[in-house]
Design a protein around this ligand. Structure first.
Ligand code: ATP
Ligand code: MG
Length: 507
């Protein structure tokens, strides 16, 4: 049966999890025991089937065990960024109607924002911690909320919702996405196949576990293959190579921002052997792709994913198959079609809405009938909201989010194409283009640019450079130079926010 706990290897001799700060190593049998024991505790405090449990913990063993045990108990895990402010916790706790909020040891007496938010809605709060002497993840309920002790120990079903995560809110209010054990285990299998993961592989987890990228690609898929996941509390460029080398990691997955930080940070005397590097969640510019491959001497595989698909939809394949920078590769256990507004497939090479079908895809958002009606076609495809096309080999090219396309007098311009053209200039570190209002055309292209340190180029010089690469109507009419590019917690660019920030600076 396809459930999370039953998908985790029981036979692998490799360690399942290593915590670098303490070198604590958890074997597969131990992980299974920790989950079963914690599940019994959850039942004892009254977690019944379909109870939402918000988990406000950083990347650590407590998170891993709380999450997997909640799913095993037929509860619905709702991981939350532990760095949220109280108002953000309130939104998410209320949106999923949590029955319990799980926080680190000491959070209640410290009056942590997650605890205050839980109190506002009368939701129970439990602290969790790793007890080294007992070798257990312990749990104590400090605020009882509406929980009633003594629920039964349950057995998860593949159609149970195991996880609720919100979309990143890049284009609007975050939407709550329920994902079943079946959705999740399908993605895990797809990822294992794409990258041929085995128990010999060791991954260094740099992405947060409270989003699908880190949770599915960085953590759950490796557990299906019996490999090892090295789990630092958070990404730090200075620890990265030390840990990577010490624990003999051989691959990692991250957003382009993290790859860029690594490229700018001091490198070790010797780059350890890396089987592949996966990039996902935001567009990877061909410039960064080549810099990564040359510097880290490893194939870079760009993938395409979204919360609604339980993460991965497409990926570039491992060598010897061809990887193509600027594309997100091929559907991986997921059917991909490019559809027009009526839901018909467009001709190869033509642009349309990237749409997907697969066992991994959610059945629909929670409490959002409008979005559900807009998102699913009569033929069962899910509309991603991303604009794109397929090249002659079927590789998918994302040209932008439909909501973020720049419409200059009816001519649709892909902001990603403009970003790539600008950031190929040797002085440019990062470029984000967006629509600016224009009396003449309705919208025109504007761009915010962060220069590389010590490098210079004028606005006119940069426009001239872009004009040599793109047709005139795609060249930004206005470029803002800025020190810092606003981003979401996962390093995503919100073009709307960047545009607002730049325009506000003008006033
Ligand atoms: P919201 O749906 O709330 O606006 P979001 O779409 O950013 O937020 P996620 O589910 O975290 O929420 O992200 C999925 C989106 O990320 C995709 O629809 C796509 O726009 C973008 N994305 C993912 N991978 C890539 C990639 N390799 N290249 C370009 N864009 C990507
Ligand atoms: Mg989205």
């Amino acid at each position: 049966m396809a459930t999370l706990q039953s998908s985790i290897s029981t036979t692998s001799r490799s360690p399942a999890v290593i915590i670098p700060s303490t070198s604590l190593t958890i074997s597969y049998p131990t992980l299974q025991n920790l989950i079963s024991n914690f599940q019994k505790n959850l039942a004892a405090i009254g977690i019944t089937p379909h109870s939402p449990v918000s988990i406000a913990l950083p990347n650590n063993l407590e998170f891993i065990v709380s999450f997997l045990a909640t799913a095993a108990q037929r509860g619905i895990a709702a991981p939350l960024n532990p760095a949220y402010k109280q108002g953000e916790f309130e939104f998410f706790i209320d949106d999923v109607k949590s029955k319990l909020v799980v926080v680190p040891r000491g959070a209640v007496s410290a009056g942590a924002p997650a605890v205050k938010a839980a109190r506002k809605f009368g939701v129970a709060v439990a602290e969790v911690w790793w007890d080294d002497r007992r070798g257990e993840v312990c749990l104590e309920v400090l605020e009882k909320g509406g929980l009633r002790d003594g629920a039964n120990v349950e057995r998860a079903q593949s159609e149970d919702v195991a996880l609720v995560l919100h979309t990143s809110g890049t284009t609007g209010r975050p939407k709550a996405v329920p994902l079943t054990h079946r959705n999740l285990t399908k993605t895990m299998g797809n990822i294992v196949q794409t990258y041929k993961l085995t128990q010999e592989d060791k991954t260094y987890l740099v992405m947060p576990l409270f989003h699908v990228h880190g949770l599915l690609a960085g953590f759950l898929a490796p557990l299906l293959s019996g490999g090892t996941v090295i789990v630092p509390v958070k990404f730090s460029a200075s620890e990265f190579w030390k840990d990577f080398t010490k624990f003999k990691a051989n691959w990692y997955t991250a957003v382009p921002t993290i790859h860029q930080i690594l490229l700018k940070s001091p490198l070790p005397a010797q780059i350890p052997p890396i089987r592949f590097i996966r990039s996902c969640s935001s567009p990877l510019s061909p410039t960064t792709f080549h810099a990564l491959e040359e510097t880290f001497k490893a194939p870079v595989l760009e993938a395409y994913a979204m919360t609604e698909a339980a993460h991965q939809m497409t990926s570039n394949p491992l060598p010897p198959a061809k990887r193509k920078p600027g594309t997100v590769g091929l559907g991986q256990g997921v059917e991909v079609a490019i559809l027009d507004g009526d839901g018909n497939e467009v001709a190869q090479g033509k642009e349309g809405e990237i749409s997907i079908k697969g066992v991994n895809v959610t059945k629909g958002y929670i409490n959002n009938e409008k979005a559900n009606a807009e998102s699913f076609t009569s033929t069962g495809f899910f509309r991603t909201g991303d604009q794109g096309k397929k090249d002659e080999d079927g590789y998918v090219i994302i040209t932008g989010r439909i909501k973020e396309l720049i419409n200059r007098g009816g001519e649709k311009i892909s902001p990603i194409e403009v970003d790539n053209a600008i950031s190929s200039h040797p002085s440019v570190g990062e470029a984000v283009s967006f629509a600016v209002d224009s009396e003449m055309y309705g919208q025109e292209v504007g761009a915010a640019v962060v220069l590389k340190s010590g490098k210079k180029v004028t606005e006119e010089g940069l426009k001239k450079y872009v004009g040599e690469k793109l047709s005139k109507f795609k060249v930004p009419t206005r470029i803002w130079f800025t020190e810092h590019m606003p981003k979401t917690a996962t390093g995503k660019i919100q073009r709307r926010i960047v545009a607002e920030t730049m325009l506000r600076g003008d006033k």
